[in-house]
Design a protein around this ligand. Structure first.
Ligand SMILES: C[S@@+](CC[C@H](N)C(=O)[O-])C[C@H]1O[C@@H](n2cnc3c(N)ncnc32)[C@H](O)[C@@H]1O
Length: 483
């Protein structure tokens, strides 16, 4: 029996994947458990695995990579304590601030957070913060709870930290009770969907050096799960090598103190979006009738004295959207199309807001309604492309972005997302070609000319060239042919 059935079961249950290079780890883990359980065949053991959750956990403990150490990527802890927490505290109305480590291994990461909190707030940190470490690996969690560490967990840790927060115990170091009590541990499979309430509404999540063991679909699934756990203004840290691989449009990427972090807050710059990519009052395309619903509404308003100027209302709607007053912005934008049914930008504004609100069906309907006036509308194609991408309908998304490029070959957004789609499809050559085009275009024009009225990008637009260069470098670094 080959290992394929084991690989499928493990991938299905906890997202971990075993390519050829990691297959020996899987084979050795299975051998160990066969001996321990006195089972003689792979078939019998597979059966046992499917039946006994505890056996599954025991095998997974042998397969996970638990490499970790205190204050790994120290700049993350500085940004956390110096920039994020003061902001979060200022906006918090009550309750403790919740910091969760997803894939905390043997505990060095959550304890690093607790130590930094204790440095800043003293022992009172325990009543101000709730620090929770979760991991699938029961054995690693046992070591985390014990809190005893050998020398290799301290690489790069300043001596005063070791002296102030640990007690020597033979050749090891035991974390002091004041810190240990500030951290809770929880066994949890982050690939599953059953997250307990204790980890919901998290203000900050650390999810570092875990996704590298998942394949792309599993990475997206877990990223979505964790994004769903975040509070309205929460932040998500990945390790610096993983960060850019997750810009799949769910969270915005923001830069703080030189560190890129995902944020649930929407960041939109209105002045960049106001410039219409098509004339707002462009007439219906020749031969196209005014859509029936809008014709009726137009008729209704013909009789009214139109006091409101559609363009002024549109600007107001845009400002409201920028202020995250989405309901009011949507109502006002709707009023604009009532007054002037061919005001395509107002449809696109509504579609963009609905897309941000993850009301994908409505966003598509509104977008298509606007495109009845101009089937070649650049923004309409971009929005339909983004909607298709969110739904993982990559064939449709590709078609839409190519359509956008037919309208405007210099549209960097279309090139960028085409690159992203090729990247997901592992078509490295095409992905890199698109990223190179984006860089070239943005060397000649500003990133703000992206043609979208209202949409939050999952990355800072002014960093787009950097992001494309990073994507190219990663591909070059991985030895894949990109030139
Ligand atoms: C390399 S360690 C990362 C430790 C720490 N986050 C850091 O950056 O130093 C990866 C951890 O992810 C955990 N892990 C892997 N798959 C998991 C899953 N499906 N659910 C929860 N934890 C998982 C492993 O057990 C392992 O302890």
């Amino acid at each position: 029996m080959t290992l394929t059935s084991f690989k499928c079961l493990i991938k299905e249950k906890c997202g971990l994947s075993f390519d050829d290079s990691r297959e020996p780890i899987l084979a050795a883990g299975i051998r160990t458990r066969l001996l321990r359980r006195a089972v003689s065949s792979h078939e019998e053991y597979l059966d046992l695995l499917a039946r006994e959750p505890h056996e599954f956990d025991a095998l997974v403990s042998l397969l996970t990579v638990n490499e970790t150490y205190f204050l790994r990527e120290p700049q993350h802890f500085t940004v956390l304590t110096e920039q994020l927490l003061p902001d979060i505290m200022a906006g918090k109305t009550g309750g403790r601030i919740k910091i969760v480590c997803a894939g905390c291994s043997t505990g060095e990461e959550p304890y690093s957070i607790a130590i930094m909190l204790m440095e800043k707030y003293g022992p009172a940190f325990r009543s101000m913060f709730s620090v929770i470490g979760m991991d699938i690996d029961e054995e690693a969690l046992g070591r985390a709870t014990a809190g005893v560490y050998a020398e290799h967990s301290f690489r790069g840790v300043p001596e005063h930290i070791r002296k102030n927060y640990f007690d020597r115990q033979d050749n090891s170091y035991r974390i002091r009770e004041a810190v240990r009590e500030g951290v809770e541990f929880l066994q949890l499979n982050i690939f599953g969907d059953a997250y307990p309430d204790t980890v919901r509404d998290a203000d900050v999540i650390f999810y570092r050096n875990v996704s590298i063991y998942f394949e792309p679909a599993a990475q997206q699934h877990v990223f979505r799960n964790l994004a769903g756990l975040l509070s309205e203004k929460g932040y998500l840290f990945l390790s610096s090598t993983e960060t850019f691989a997750h810009n799949i449009g769910i969270l915005s990427l923001v830069e703080k103190g030189g560190v890129y972090i995902y944020s649930k807050g929407v960041e939109v710059r209105i002045e960049e979006r106001r410039k219409p990519s098509v004339s707002p009052d462009r007439p219906a395309a020749p031969g196209l009738p005014v859509p029936a619903k809008n014709a009726a509404v137009a008729e209704k308003f013909k009789a009214m004295r139109i006091k409101d100027e559609p363009h002024t209302l549109f600007d107001k709607a845009l400002l409201l959207a920028e202020a995250k007053k989405y309901d009011e912005a949507l109502q006002l934008a709707e009023r604009v199309v009532e007054l002037q049914p061919s005001f395509i930008k107002a449809y696109m504004l509504r579609a963009g807001i609905l897309l941000n609100l993850e009301k994908f069906g409505e966003a598509e309907a509104v977008c298509r309604c606007g495109m009845e006036y101009d089937p070649l509308c650049l923004e309409g194609n971009l929005l339909l492309g983004l909607l298709a991408k969110v739904r993982s309908d990559f064939a449709e998304a590709r078609k839409r972005f190519k359509e956008a490029l037919y309208v405007d070959a210099a549209c960097w957004v279309a090139h960028f997302y085409l690159g992203e789609i090729y990247r997901f499809e592992e078509d490295e050559e095409r992905a890199c070609r698109e990223f190179r085009i984006v860089i070239k275009l943005l060397e000649e024009q500003s990133s703000s000319g992206h043609g979208l009225t209202f949409l939050s990008f999952p990355f800072p637009v002014e960093q787009i060239v950097h992001l494309c260069r990073h994507n190219l470098a990663v591909r070059r670094g991985s030895g894949r042919s990109v030139d």
